[in-house]
Ligand binder design. Structure first.
Ligand code: R1P
Ligand code: URA
Length: 244
């Protein structure tokens, strides 16, 4: 069956998928796979399949923001994906988690609009514990650099308007940083009965003025993205190994 938005066929989609915002990052991840082929590039959704350490997986970009990303997660799940791992970037709240650090998101604070239209207030957005553990183990083995696990915030806003985003409150409540899709991933995965996890590379500090300061295109961030890609691929291999 053809998925109408991703434009991929169900029979081509394996049970594991790595998802990321940027179509170019999807291409970079796919470049690490054997027997790789591109299935479709439809809107912001670019999908590849291939093999890593003997495990078939899909890699799909989901674009920026929860509503569009949820379309991607839903169609991948409808096509047969049972484990999804997001490989993203995020802004940090903590000086000891600077740009270049990796964070594995155990849960997302839901400030987005999308999940409010899917589930009631109070419904948690949590990662699968086994996927989180596999990501943590593989991230620590993926080279030098800070690796942390903890809560992240999912926002809809990137550049500020006139309303203040309460970053200080999220930080005080224990969040490590902020990005824009993990809550959608965890809620959609819970609703559809599949497992999900997420790893993000910190690309700066979130509570500064992003318009003036934000630069995700540094060597430090690029190296962290390489480490998180390795971590996610090895987590997929470890999770598949457990199932055999
Ligand atoms: O690097 P990605 O995966 O796109 O993730 C982060 O980067 C984008 C903002 O620049 C948002 O999608 C945010 O969640
Ligand atoms: O949403 C995001 C992603 C990366 N960095 C940020 O500060 N925010």
């Amino acid at each position: 069956m053809l998925m109408p938005i991703l434009q991929v066929n169900t029979e081509d989609i394996p049970p594991y998928a790595i998802v990321c915002g940027d179509p170019k990052r999807a291409e970079k991840i796919a470049g690490k796979l054997e027997d790789m082929r591109e299935l479709a590039f439809s809107r912001e959704y670019r999908t590849f399949v291939g093999t890593y350490k003997g495990v078939r997986l899909a890699v799909t970009s989901h674009g920026v923001g929860s509503p569009g990303a949820a379309v991607c997660f839903e169609e991948l799940i409808r096509a047969g994906v049972k484990t999804l791992i997001r490989v993203g970037t995020a802004g940090s709240y903590h000086a000891d988690v600077p740009a270049g650090s990796l964070v594995i998101s155990t849960a997302a604070i839901r400030t987005d609009g999308l999940t409010r239209q899917l589930v009631p207030d109070g419904f948690p957005a949590v990662a699968d514990s086994r996927v989180t553990e596999a990501l943590l183990q593989s991230a620590m083995a993926a080279g030098e650099g800070v690796v942390r696990k903890g809560m992240t915030v999912t926002l809809d806003v990137f550049f500020n308007g006139v309303e203040e985003v309460p970053h200080q409150k999220y930080k005080a409540a224990g969040a490590l940083g902020v990005e824009m899709e993990i809550a959608a991933l965890y809620v959609v995965a819970a609703l559809r009965g599949v497992r999900a996890g997420a790893i993000v590379a910190m690309d700066g500090f979130a509570d500064s003025d992003l318009a003036a300061e934000y630069d995700p295109n540094t060597d430090t961030v690029a190296r962290a993205v390489e480490r998180e890609i390795a971590a996610a691929l090895n987590a997929v291999a470890a999770l598949a190994d457990e199932e055999n």
